[in-house]
Design a protein around this ligand. Structure first.
Ligand code: BTN
Length: 318
């Protein structure tokens, strides 16, 4: 009911009579008043003027499912959204939902995570109401060893959305570090539930520093706010990320990895660099020469030998 009231208020962008809303929703004036109070408790600033009715003056800076879904216009990504004020990790919830058969495109969002996790067993610092912490469930018809490409397509989608909404020049360090002026802005973690020859689902976790103040960031990290010097609308940014994820996922399904890899190449800062990688307890060093069709990084060592790396900790040497 509250979503419907909000829908009326947002569309009208002006005063709308209480009688009209009550009539269209088939509820009493008292019931409407109660819902308006509840919306105010959530942070919606709703003005009430006798003889004019209600007007939405502002919405809270929260990633409520109803806010994200409003004019999202995607086909399946974000149709189902689970929102939490606080959670251990959105990945925990996503994996649980994935096992229970939640549909492709389900999104899990949290305002903070107490045990946010990054790649290679690291923690992901998730301060409340500052960032975007989301997990997305996809059920692609691919083999488990093709799953890396979905990390790349996610990184590309986030870059496209940030560029569109802020104009900032985001880059990708292989495989999935999102960089802004050489500092870490965000990252992507993918977890797979699969058998040898079939992927059941993949949970894609995206963490982004959005409105974090410079002094509250960990060493080596940055936020969008640091470079825009104003708060970014997290709802609009998140909606754009979901739209871009859907466009690129459909592109991948229709045309395979190549178009996604080409886009990734435009954003990457790894290719052409001398790179050191720690992968499965092994150090590999050489020039990063290309990206393979499955998302693996091709490194040419000093003897001219090319090795493919699928995961690891990457340092650019020069
Ligand atoms: C990285 O190490 O760069 C990947 C970081 C991924 C963090 C996101 S935040 C949302 C989702 N939930 C988690 O616990 N981790 C991912």
């Amino acid at each position: 009911m509250q979503d419907k009231i909000l829908d009326f208020l947002k569309k009208k962008q002006d005063y709308i009579s209480g009688d009209w809303i009550s009539h269209h929703l088939g509820i009493s004036r008292q019931a409407l008043w109660k819902h308006i109070q509840e919306l105010r408790d959530l942070g919606y600033d709703i003005l009430a003027v006798p003889h004019l009715g209600y007007r939405l003056a502002s919405s809270p800076d929260r990633l409520f499912a109803s806010e994200i879904k409003w004019q999202l216009n995607t086909k399946f990504i974000g149709r189902k959204i689970h929102y939490f004020d606080a959670v251990s990790s959105t990945m925990d919830i996503a994996v649980e939902l994935g096992m229970k058969g939640t549909p492709e495109g389900t999104v899990v969002l949290a305002e903070t995570q107490t045990k946010g996790r990054g790649r290679l067993g690291r923690d992901w610092f998730s301060p409340k109401y500052k960032g975007i912490y989301l997990s997305l469930i996809l059920r692609p018809k691919i083999l488990p060893n093709q799953a890396s490409i979905l990390t790349l397509f996610s990184a590309v989608s986030v870059c496209e959305a940030i560029r569109e909404k802020t104009g900032l020049d985001i880059k990708i360090k292989w495989p999935n570090d999102l960089l802004l002026h050489n500092h870490k802005l965000g990252g992507i973690l993918t977890e797979l539930n699969a058998e040898m020859d079939e992927v059941h689902f993949i949970a894609i976790g995206i963490g982004l520093n959005v409105n974090n103040d410079k002094k509250a960031l960990v060493t080596g990290a940055t936020s969008l706010k640091e470079y825009r010097e104003e708060n970014i609308n997290r709802v609009e940014l998140l909606q754009e990320i979901l739209r871009k994820m859907e466009i690129n996922y459909l592109l991948f399904q229709e045309k395979g990895s190549l178009p996604v890899i080409e886009k990734w190449q435009d954003y990457n800062v790894t290719l052409g660099r001398r790179t050191k990688i720690l992968s499965h307890q092994k150090h590999i060093e050489g020039e990063a020469v290309d990206i393979d069709i499955d998302g693996g990084l091709l490194i040419r060592n000093d003897h001219g030998l090319i090795q493919k790396v699928m995961a690891g900790d990457v340092v650019h040497c020069r």
